[in-house]
Design a protein around this ligand. Structure first.
Ligand SMILES: Cc1cc2nc3c(=O)[nH]c(=O)nc-3n(C[C@H](O)[C@H](O)[C@H](O)COP(=O)(O)OP(=O)(O)OC[C@H]3O[C@@H](n4cnc5c(N)ncnc54)[C@H](O)[C@@H]3O)c2cc1C
Length: 194
């Protein structure tokens, strides 16, 4: 697909893929999604434990040195991120944690209108396909994020995440793949940006 484009999205990671997915639902939109890394064809991406190797591979990971500061006890840290289609969703630990409801409500108390638990919870439920089925806290059905049956799944889970993102046959569910069912290929061009 050639330009002009209605939207140019820089970075085909978790956020970029969701954005491209939503924008391309409108056939009038021509969406260009630019990604610095390669395509997501490495078999290590589909393997949940493959991220250990990918993290050490500069083709699929980017390393950003972080200046020492008081918040990290003045340590010299390097932050690793995914660098490929799917971004860090192709390389992450697949732990799903929605955060504590009080934390969202605290944000509202500090002025972040629209970010309370009551506002956010329907969004979480909409993306979940929980093995324990739908209830007041969990979502299930034709949603992109498979969540594991070991979930405590509560709104008040502040510590401990939920294993999630393992699609049938034990494959990692990468953000780009999860979005692919509704992405309109005719409306979206994905390019490698170097
Ligand atoms: C090792 C690791 C483990 C993690 N484990 C978990 C976990 O278990 N549970 C959890 O919830 N979260 C986890 N995370 C965090 C989670 O994966 C990220 O918060 C999330 O994927 C970030 O999404 P994003 O869209 O902001 O960025 P990313 O998904 O990182 O996407 C950014 C994309 O932009 C591209 N890009 C950057 N600059 C440019 C440029 N100039 N031009 C073109 N492309 C560019 C990058 O290559 C990348 O593909 C983990 C992250 C890492 C790195």
């Amino acid at each position: 697909m050639t330009g002009p484009f209605s939207y140019v999205i820089v970075g085909a990671g978790s956020a970029g893929c969701v954005l491209a997915n939503r924008l391309s639902e409108n056939p009038a939109h021509r969406v260009l999604l630019l990604e610095a890394g390669p395509t997501d064809t490495s078999p290590l991406i589909a393997m949940p434990k493959g991220f250990g190797r990918l993290l050490l591979d500069p083709t699929h990971a980017a390393y950003t040195p972080v200046a020492p500061h008081a918040g990290n006890a003045h340590r010299a840290e390097v932050w690793a991120r995914g660098k490929m289609l799917g971004g860090s969703s192709a390389i992450n630990g697949m732990v799903y944690m929605r955060g504590h409801s009080d934390d969202y409500n605290d944000w509202v108390a500090q002025g972040a209108t629209g970010w309370g638990w009551a506002d956010i919870a329907p969004g979480f439920k909409a993306i979940e396909d929980h093995a324990l089925g739908a209830d007041a806290l969990r979502g299930a059905g034709a949603a992109p994020l498979p969540a594991d049956a070991t979930s405590t799944g509560g709104a008040a889970a502040r510590t401990g995440g939920v294993p999630a993102g393992v699609a049938p046959a034990g494959r990692r569910c990468v953000r780009l793949r999860a979005s692919a069912s509704t992405v309109q290929p005719s409306a979206t061009a994905v390019r490698q940006a170097r």
